[in-house]
Design a protein around this ligand. Structure first.
Ligand code: FUB
Length: 327
């Protein structure tokens, strides 16, 4: 399957239907001389483009709306504009982005605009109480918005085991809890304020349960534990929390009855693609469900030079997502 965008490298696609079109908010990968490591230093992105399309037909054109935000626009950012997301509420569009602050700690920022394609004006400070990476903002049917976030290793989630405000630098790098019976670290969620620019509640840890035990998935269960790339969608009234398993390279999902979880592991959405990372979004468009994701086919396997792709996904009669193979 051909990448959707071939004019540049793009990754981590967050897709949304706004004004009857699909808008894609991806990371913008670039070449770098930075040494590859398991901390993700080579993912050294410096700006964002927004893309849109009227149709997900493989031949349909995709419009590049140009650069909508760059490192120099945001006073608190030092480097690494990682996986973004966007949301719409009450006539405004919000672009959410993780980046390292001047101390090298990942925070989440917000930029506000009147149109889905920007321009976006960033707030001068990150969202208070935000940390780690990969924000995914979900606006529920009652109009309440939630932000899901978190990522292990280079994403620093493991540095907050003592509490939301207690960054433990000793855990920086490709580290995570392990050992018999140790539960995996969960992704995080907070309600958003009505103006979508701050957390309205304390950040909470989400539980992803193993269906066979009803207990949290264990840290050593790398085939199923949360690593990064949170996404939330709703299908037939159920909440589907989906994510990447990181070093085992699966896109997986878990379902629940509340936006806070707990969620019970449901299976894999996508088997490993070419490249280390896998990251996605799921969106309904014209009555069909679509998985946006990325791989490294265009760069012939260079892990930090990725390209966005899209493929249709299907649910069985019980609401289970049918596992897809990369194409
Ligand atoms: O693009 C940089 C990082 O790689 C993202 O934040 C992760 O989800 C992984 O895709």
């Amino acid at each position: 399957m051909a990448p959707l965008i071939t004019s540049m490298y793009t990754a981590d696609p967050s897709a949304h239907v706004f004004e009857g079109k699909v808008y894609i908010y991806p990371s913008h990968d670039r070449e770098t001389d930075i040494q590859f490591n398991d901390n993700g230093d080579q993912y050294d992105m410096a700006d964002y483009h927004v893309f849109s399309t009227d149709s997900l037909d493989p031949a349909a054109p995709v419009t590049d709306h140009g650069v909508v935000l760059k490192t120099e626009d945001v006073p608190w950012v030092s480097k690494q504009l990682w996986a973004p997301d966007a949301a719409y509420k009450d006539g405004k569009y919000y672009l959410y982005f993780p980046a390292r602050d001047k101390e090298g700690i990942f925070r989440v920022g917000v930029a506000v605009g009147d149109r889905p394609e920007g321009p976006f004006t960033p707030d001068p400070e990150p969202i208070k109480g935000s940390y780690s990476i990969d924000p995914a903002t979900f606006v529920d049917e009652d109009d309440q918005a939630y932000m899901y976030f978190g990522g292990l290793w280079g994403g620093q989630l493991q540095c907050y085991q003592k509490g939301n405000d207690l960054f433990d630098a000793a855990w920086q790098g490709p580290k995570e809890p392990s050992g018999e019976g140790v539960p995996a670290l969960g992704p995080r969620v907070a309600k958003m304020t009505d103006d979508m620019r701050q957390f309205a509640t304390e950040v909470k840890e989400i539980e992803i349960l193993a269906p066979e035990t009803g207990k949290p998935i264990l840290a050593d269960d790398h085939d199923r534990r949360f690593f990064e790339a949170a996404w939330m969608h709703k299908y037939n009234g159920k909440y589907y929390f989906s994510y990447s398993t990181g070093d085992t390279h699966y896109l997986a999902y878990a379902t629940g009855d509340s936006p806070y979880g707990p969620f019970t592991y449901g299976g894999r959405i996508l088997e490993p693609v070419l490249g280390w990372t896998t990251h996605h979004s799921i969106v309904e468009f014209k009555g069909r469900w679509w998985l946006f994701h990325h791989d490294c086919e265009l760069s012939k396997g260079v892990d930090h030079l990725r390209s966005v792709k899209v493929k249709e996904i299907f649910y069985d009669k019980d609401g289970k997502i049918v596992t897809e193979k990369p194409e």
